[in-house]
Design a protein around this ligand. Structure first.
Ligand SMILES: Cc1cc2nc3c(=O)[nH]c(=O)nc-3n(C[C@H](O)[C@H](O)[C@H](O)COP(=O)(O)OP(=O)(O)OC[C@H]3O[C@@H](n4cnc5c(N)ncnc54)[C@H](O)[C@@H]3O)c2cc1C
Length: 524
């Protein structure tokens, strides 16, 4: 193929969650050409990907990049950090729980230098999302989870909430509450309304100005001086291709792979890159720093009755609790799992109830204070990066205390009717584990992730030396290169982050278009 044929206005690395949004919006203009390079296959060829209820079958499969953690002295060193390698990215294997961010989450972003990412602006972009986000349909609500919502509300002294997003869409928010979740899905078919379903399927093969290269792994960024000019990649057949960008390269490869790609191309902490044999191109100390997550722990019961079958994806409701009344946001969140979510408890030697007779609560830390780091251990692009989350290392022990408080609240819910009548016995950690020290030890060893890594290419003010991208998502100090995915989050939003990632994609497309217009004006 000639260079001309392989040149597009924009090259997007990653057809995951943010990538499809940007590709869709940019190609609304028929004169703008976009090439998306995606590592994985078409999600339409995988029925278990499209069917939300089968999400667990995708984890640890060949569509999972299966990242791991480094040794976690105060946490669990055995967590599998699933990241999907398929069109739609993590929105093709996640649970599609959809929460708008809170106003105060965005106030924090602005205070951290992310000018323009204020609540009013961000919510107006969230209004544009094409995903079908709806509260779980009545037919998918089962009696046990209904009873759990009722007991959670009573035990925690919080209201039952019918539509969490209605409370956050335009201010107000909520401090606490229990209720069924809102999900990006089609309640009639049970199919996902992932990023690929909502943003790519309707336009693939329809818009001539969109090219999607599937099963193609990008590993090299091409430069002309300080300007990114393209991306080199390996196709499924092992062929090397270079795709050229007339205007910009946009990295949307996610919180693990965007910083990884930058570092492999010499963009990062120059000293650390040299130490692993990578020639530094641009010294940018923040790349890979600020690794954040929503850690969670787990408490599991055996039920006396079979868990009813109606469900969207076996985790249909949530409880939010606020302990700190000086902050309007909740500071403890719980998902309920209507299945034995037992990877970590089984490893610790706890038995698992028979299939159909287990229920779990997973208290998580909405604003975890521990900060980790992603780094490379080798210049070999095939070697996975080291993910050191530094779980439970914040100096004041806030994260540890949150998990301890969460396990206690979960037990109060379990002791409250009508949910209490469903339960036969607590299986993990079991009634013998009672003191704060014991709960902390168990809670941290059994800890898992809510699968929300973020922050590794942090956005900040243009003159902030620790920031990787400026508030317009441009990599600081280089030209023609942006990052637009969960890696740019300065801090994780309080609830599940996918809606924020999609919304970021919407705004990224606008920023790209605005900057192009401004360039055109200047050139006149
Ligand atoms: C199991 C699981 C459950 C979750 N549940 C929820 C939930 O219910 N609600 C919620 O809000 N959040 C949830 N999350 C988190 C949420 O899905 C992610 O935060 C979000 O989807 C991340 O989007 P992203 O665009 O940053 O990255 P991704 O969606 O990971 O997209 C990155 C894409 O880039 C591709 N890629 C990476 N490297 C390369 C390369 N070198 N070359 C080419 N392509 C590449 C990948 O294949 C992928 O498609 C969950 C995550 C997981 C894993």
């Amino acid at each position: 193929m000639s260079i001309q044929e392989n040149t597009y206005d924009y090259v997007i690395v990653g057809g995951g969650t943010a990538g499809p949004v940007i590709a869709n919006r940019l190609t609304e203009d028929p004169d703008t050409t976009v090439c998306v390079i995606e590592a994985g296959p078409d999600d339409r060829d995988h029925e278990n990907v499209l069917r939300l209820k089968e999400w667990l079958s995708v984890l640890d499969s060949d569509l999972d990049m299966k990242y791991t953690t480094t040794e976690q002295p105060r946490g669990n060193s055995h967590i599998l950090h699933s990241r999907a390698r398929v069109l739609g990215g993590c929105s093709s294997h996640n649970t599609l729980i959809s929460f708008r961010p809170f106003a105060e989450d965005l106030d924090e972003w602005v205070a951290a230098g992310a000018e323009g990412w204020d609540n009013a602006t961000v919510q107006s972009y969230a209004d544009r999302l094409k995903n079908n986000i709806v509260p779980i349909a009545e037919k998918d609500r089962n009696d046990m989870v209904k009873d759990w919502v009722s007991s959670a509300s009573e035990a925690a002294g919080v209201p039952v909430v019918e539509d969490f997003n209605a409370k956050t869409s335009h201010g107000g928010g909520f401090a606490d509450g229990a209720g069924f979740l809102s999900i990006a899905y089609d309640p009639y078919t049970g199919y996902r309304s992932s990023s690929s379903v909502a943003y790519l399927h309707p336009i693939m093969g329809v818009r001539d100005n969109l090219t999607v290269m599937l099963e193609t792994w990008a590993d090299r960024l091409e430069f002309d001086g300080d300007r990114a000019t393209g991306v080199s990649a390996t196709t499924k057949d092992g062929e090397r291709v270079t795709v050229h960008a007339r205007h910009e390269v946009v990295l949307a490869a996610g919180a693990v792979d965007s910083p990884r790609l930058l570092m492999l191309n010499g963009i990062g902490n120059a000293e650390e890159l040299s130490a692993v044999g990578i020639e530094p191109r641009h010294d940018l100390k923040g790349v890979g720093e600020n690794l954040q997550d929503h850690p969670e722990s787990i408490i599991m019961w055996e039920t006396g009755r079979r868990v009813p079958e109606e469900t969207v994806m076996d985790s249909d409701a949530a409880l939010f609790v606020r302990r700190d009344e000086s902050d309007p946001r909740p500071d403890l969140m719980f998902h309920i799992y209507q299945i034995p979510f037992d990877d970590n408890t089984a490893r610790l030697g706890y038995e698992s109830p028979e299939e159909g007779y287990a229920v779990c609560m997973t208290p998580n830390i909405p604003r975890s204070r521990s900060r980790g780091k992603l780094s490379l251990t080798s210049s070999d692009p095939k070697v996975h990066p080291a993910l050191d989350f530094r779980y439970f290392t914040d100096p004041d022990g806030y994260d540890e205390q949150t998990v301890v408080d969460g396990l206690k609240v979960a037990r109060e819910v379990a002791a409250t009717e009508p949910f209490k009548s469903w339960l036969k016995r607590e299986v993990a950690p079991g009634p013998k584990v009672q003191t704060d020290e014991e709960l902390s030890e168990y809670g941290r060893r059994a800890a898992h992730t809510v699968y929300h890594p973020a922050g590794t290419c942090r956005m900040g003010a243009a003159d902030d030396d620790g920031a990787v991208v400026d508030p317009r998502l441009r990599v600081r100090g280089l030209e023609g290169l942006r990052v637009a995915d969960a890696s740019v989050f300065p801090t994780l939003p309080t609830p599940n982050p996918m809606v924020m990632v999609l919304t970021l994609g919407e705004r990224a497309a606008d920023l790209i278009r605005e900057d192009r217009l401004a360039e055109n004006e200047e050139a006149r």
